[in-house]
Design a protein around this ligand. Structure first.
Ligand code: HEM
Length: 128
């Protein structure tokens, strides 16, 4: 049986590696890159702080930036269903590439993120 929080099982170093891998994919993704800043270092710092609390670790994002209000913070960016799928594909790739991540923990984190991602969609797909 899995014990402790997802954060305890994954560990801070592996979580940081995952976030690093994730934004490497985002930067190369043609659907995502245009809506992200060119320099992803601050975005990655915020995401690592967020995921630390999200997985049951210390609430770093809250401490540094206040309540996440994730849907509101994403409203300035046109997030279509396709971009949500692209975001999750980048996360899935990063999860597979990150060494030291147990498959069960990777699946649990992916499933939790997939539930959040659908709520970030705020824009219809552009018609062809
Ligand atoms: C920020 C896109 C889903 C957590 C951002 C930013 C963009 C973005 C463009 C702004 C980057 C910046 O200005 O630094 C997307 C897209 C998603 C998505 C296309 C597809 C569904 C998610 C999910 C989570 C998340 C599922 C959390 C589980 C965050 C956080 C920030 C952020 C914590 C930083 C907010 C801040 O500025 O303080 N996202 N996001 N995002 N996103 Fe997402």
């Amino acid at each position: 049986l899995a014990r402790g929080s997802l954060y305890d099982r994954i560990g801070p170093d592996t979580l940081a590696l995952l976030v690093h891998r994730f934004y490497a994919h985002v930067a190369r993704n043609p659907d995502l890159a245009p809506i992200f800043p060119a320099d992803l270092s601050e975005t990655a710092r915020k995401q690592l702080a967020f995921l630390t609390g999200f997985t049951g670790g210390p609430p770093l994002y809250h401490e540094l930036y206040g309540h996440p209000r994730l849907r509101a913070r994403h409203l300035p960016f046109p997030i279509t269903p396709g971009r949500a799928r692209a975001w999750l594909a980048c996360m899935n790739a990063a999860l597979r590439e990150t060494p030291g991540l147990a498959e069960a923990d990777a699946h649990e984190l992916y499933a939790a993120l997939a539930r959040v991602a659908v709520h970030m969609v705020n824009t219809e797909e552009a018609p062809d």
